[in-house]
Design a protein around this ligand. Sequence first.
Ligand code: KG4
Ligand code: ZN
Length: 427
Amino acid sequence: MPVPAGVICRVVSMLIVRKTAGVFAKPPKRNVYGFLRSLRVCPGVLSPPKLVLGIETSCDDTAAAVVDDTGRVWGEAIHSQTEVHLKTGGIVPPVAQQLHRENIERVVEEALSASRVSARDLSAIATTVKPGLALSLGVGLSFSLQLVNQFKKPFIPIHHMEAHALTIRLINNVEFPFLVLLISGGHCLLALVRGVSDFLLLGQSLDIAPGDMLDKVARRLSLINHPEYSTMSGGKAIERLAKEGNRFHFTLNPPMQTAKNCNFSFTGLQHVIDKLIERKEKEEGIEKGQILSSAADIAAAVQHVTACHLATRTHRAILFCKQRELLPPANAVLVVSGGVASNLYIRRALEIVAKATQCTLLCPPPRLCTDNGIMIAWNGIERLRAGLGILHEVEDFRYEPKCPLGVDISKEVAEAAIKVPQLKMTI
Ligand code: KG4
Ligand code: ZN
């Protein structure tokens, strides 16, 4: 609804006194002047920006945020379950569900109050509905549908991986098409992004995701018993520990070296690492639960082999896209996102690939790589702008625990059997 110009003074003073609510609420990135710029000026009237509330509960983070159609973040809140799941040795779905139930109302309220808006001011509500843990998705969806019905708002169902892929456009002015590598605890895929909901899937993990493998290695190394690493996600703990280690002390071979496709695999590698840890435990004569003296060297070798595996497959995907003219020959954009993309060593490996192929590597800041509400709200804005998937009728709407991303052309990629030139991975 257009705002009369006279109201602007009140809006400005309200924004000046705005405080960030709650312990987990993060301050919004915009300022008063940014807000004023975002108001579209017509003679005598100002139309307010469109606001979308994003809600994320697909895995182990309960998150919410409000973002406007200029990409400004008005406020966000997040409740992470990481510490609880570290204690149980992995995510137990009913526990995750219970924690989402206990926190969702507070998290959404905090995101709205940090944004100084009420649900009435929203243009739409966007929620992750696929893929993810069924019990977790269900909590976010039913809470969102209550809000949708109560405030009579349009509903925008969000694909979690689409949201990770588009996050970069909130920060950088990236045009379609671009290549994206999505690496998290539940996913590992390479896709060409041609539009907001137009993806070509080039390859994906045939078994577990890299974040899952790193979490398992961290558990196997008993990092939960280390005072410095006990509260970190496995991947983050491995990155920190690897800084203290020497990757050359152990040699681990990247998986699938002879398969000339863009798929990934981490289960075999994880078995090899398990065996290595078992052997070192015997050699050092340590009990289960104690930390190996060679843990940092193992972490460094694991991180290096993971980076190399991700780099080779990404290199092949770039060459394939250029060969098929799906990406421009120079200055193509490679985006890396998802929780594992917050790893700076892995980013540097991908930087080497980007340099060798004249691509520009772009990664969202680490806090936007891991699950958050901003990426869901932003995906809602992208869909709102494109007029895609905005529902006004939500009766019988269902979440989907499994849902592929885009059109799968991974067989075509494998048939092309592109040989990847060896790059010197001096990271
Ligand atoms: O995207 P995300 O927050 O949730 C999923 O959708 O899975 O990713 C979580 C995953 C976890 O497996 C975690 O260990 C990993 O991302 N991760 C990292 C780092 N920070 C989080 N992996 C490597 N290095 C990190 N710094
Ligand atoms: Zn994720």
